[in-house]
Design a protein around this ligand. Sequence first.
Ligand code: BG6
Ligand code: MG
Length: 218
Amino acid sequence: MKKKCFIFDLDGVIVDTAKYHFQAWRALANDLGIDFTLEQNEQLKGVSRVRSLEKILNWGGVTLGPDEFQHKMNQKNDNYLDYIADMDTSELLPDVDRVLKFLTQNDQFIALGSASKNARPILDKTKITPLFDAIVDGNDVTKAKPNPEVFLKAAKLTKTKPKNCIVFEDSLAGIQAANSAGMLSIGIGNAEILKEAQFNFEDFRSLPNQFLNQLIKN
Ligand code: BG6
Ligand code: MG
């Protein structure tokens, strides 16, 4: 049987770091006198650091020079790094370990496809790095989601055809990236927001091994 490649987004899929990105961006936006809502945050999920700041500044009608822009990006990341400093295995989202274990036992490829430049230390802190056959993160791509580059790179590294790849994503940009890569897209989270996904699950607790088995076999 052909191996499939299961590509996981990181923030909001493997670990609950989406809330830390939100808190760090909100602090920065409010500092600049810009309101920042949960609805706006939804539009930043899966979006690179630089693009996120551009969007926030645009919403607030604020313009920054290049130095100040860089300074704000660093400030956001320092704040975010404080949140994840003490991260450990307890921050893995429910049933992520069960899903990773099942796929490993069934000899499938496991890859990471994340926009974050902080992905590798997070995989280390949560002790799951050895489970990954390929890791593609924000340091490895030039085009951000919804561009499919991140997922296509993961497919290439595992020598798997896009049609044999399955992507787990919590962001609309990520689902769109998976779809335009010609991969199977599975939304993890709010099905209304992720309605472009081919399948939707609230979280991994509602995604049984039997379903994974079908994905492996089909
Ligand atoms: C994505 C997150 O995974 O990574 C975004 O959904 C985040 O919220 C982006 O902005 C970039 O992350 P980082 O860690 O490089 O700032
Ligand atoms: Mg995400």
